[in-house]
Design a protein around this ligand. Structure first.
Ligand SMILES: [Zn+2]
Length: 415
């Protein structure tokens, strides 16, 4: 197999797919034995591409290629190596392995860049184990929160204990941070996780920004009662109230051009012959701008309070997570666009990312831009995740050309 080719990248995706805690779909969570094995394997590939491979203080797998001078800035390339349960083999993984292959190709051609390179395989983007996403990239961005040490996994293990079991020193997590360093920017390639490129018959796209999500735990409380004996006029059915909210979420988000999803709903006590006295349900809300998203949330909250009042229920809200929408840096996005043009697409498509990415956390550290790669039918977070080999070859060409375009722009700015 040709080194640093699309075929090699895809074969490596297959190797990593075999490093899994489960056999039905891939599962590789933060600070697990599978995480350690994946880091070790990717480290070998980093070394083979000419990078100095190392694991940082938060468990991210990193590979460094020194710049022309000791004080040269660095360009960051990467994506994540962890997966959700039942995952496919390309989300995050493909972007990390493309970055390594790009460095290998540049090195093989003897290209001299005006900056150093660092490839990062982020350790925890999905947040599967501890319920908090982007732990790996936040450590690199220097935004690690003290409160995260106490987060627990499903078995009650804290982040702190998991760090120690993995061989990391919690006191040193700050060493993973690049804050204060001179950084050119961060480039991430990723599968689209949506169908827009496929629908437009495009292999690649330029990302304009990443929607910020807000996530809520919602609760309707009424009163349980006998499904036969309690007349309608006296019922306080929490599930009927919650159902009104579920349909309002779709209507209000859709009208406003936002996206709202209720992905989980539990009715209690949960018996066939009992009126539901309490319902817990989730809400994930995204939009192009934070202002739009927040406006839609206020409308949903208003609709929920109205539904609660009309059915004599109590409505409670607990916000679990909020990430601001981020926008790519225009000069870096222009480099991605130039990269895609160099791969043969004269007028690259631009699109917004509706899914979260490590780039959101890295946006607190430096400018970023992203390259999207078509995936079959937009399927992701699923074992059927699929990419085309010719698309991966184009992505490799485009990503390499992007790095060269960033180098050109850097040279022009510093001449
Ligand atoms: Zn991802």
């Amino acid at each position: 197999m040709t080194p640093f080719s699309a075929d090699e990248v895809l074969a490596r995706c297959d190797v990593l797919a075999g490093i899994s805690a489960a056999t039905d779909g891939i599962e590789r969570a933060y600070l697990t034995p599978e995480h350690a094995r994946a880091n070790w394997t990717v480290g070998e590939w980093m070394d083979a591409a000419g990078l100095d491979a190392w694991q940082d203080a938060a468990g991210n797998q990193r590979g460094t290629l020194a710049g022309p001078t000791a004080d040269a800035p660095i360009l960051l390339l990467g994506s994540h190596l962890d997966t959700v349960p039942g995952a496919g083999r390309y989300d995050g993984i493909l972007g990390t392995l493309l970055a390594i292959a790009v460095v290998g190709r540049l090195r093989a051609r003897g290209v001299e860049l005006p900056f150093g390179l660092e490839v990062i395989g982020f350790a925890d983007e999905e947040g599967t184990r501890f319920g908090r996403t982007l732990l790996g990239s936040c450590a690199v961005a220097g935004t690690w929160q003290e409160s995260w040490w106490g987060l627990r996994d499903a078995h009650g293990t804290t982040v702190r204990d998991a760090f120690i079991a993995f061989g990391l020193d919690p006191a040193r997590v700050g060493d993973a941070s690049l804050r204060g360093q001179s950084i050119v920017g961060y480039l991430e390639a990723h599968i689209e996780q949506g169908p827009l490129l496929q629908d437009a018959d495009r292999a690649l796209g330029v990302v304009e920004g990443i929607m910020g999500a807000r996530r809520f735990e919602l609760q309707m409380t009424g009163e349980a009662g006998h499904a036969g004996g309690m007349p309608y006029g006296r019922r306080r059915d929490a599930l009927l109230g919650a159902s009104e909210v579920v349909t309002a979420v779709e209507a209000l988000a859709r009208d406003a051009g936002a996206i709202g999803t209720v992905g989980r709903l539990h009715a209690y006590p949960g018996a066939m012959n009992v009126i539901p006295g309490r319902v817990e349900f989730s809400l994930d809300l995204r939009a192009e701008t934070d202002a739009l998203r927040d406006r839609v949330w206020r409308e949903i909250e208003e609709a929920a309070l109205k539904a609660a009042a009309s059915r004599n229920l109590a409505f409670d809200v607990h916000e679990l997570h909020a990430a601001r929408a981020t926008h790519v840096a225009a000069p870096l996005a222009a480099a991605v666009e130039a990269g895609i043009r160099a791969s043969g697409d004269a007028a690259p498509m631009r699109l917004l990312s509706k899914a979260g990415h490590d780039a959101m956390a890295i946006a607190d550290l430096c400018d970023y831009a992203m390259l999207f790669i078509r995936c079959k039918d937009g399927v992701s977070h699923h074992r059927d995740e699929s990419v085309r080999a010719d698309d991966v070859a184009l992505a490799l060409d485009a990503f390499e050309a992007t790095v060269l375009a960033v180098a050109d722009a850097h040279d022009r700015a510093h001449d």
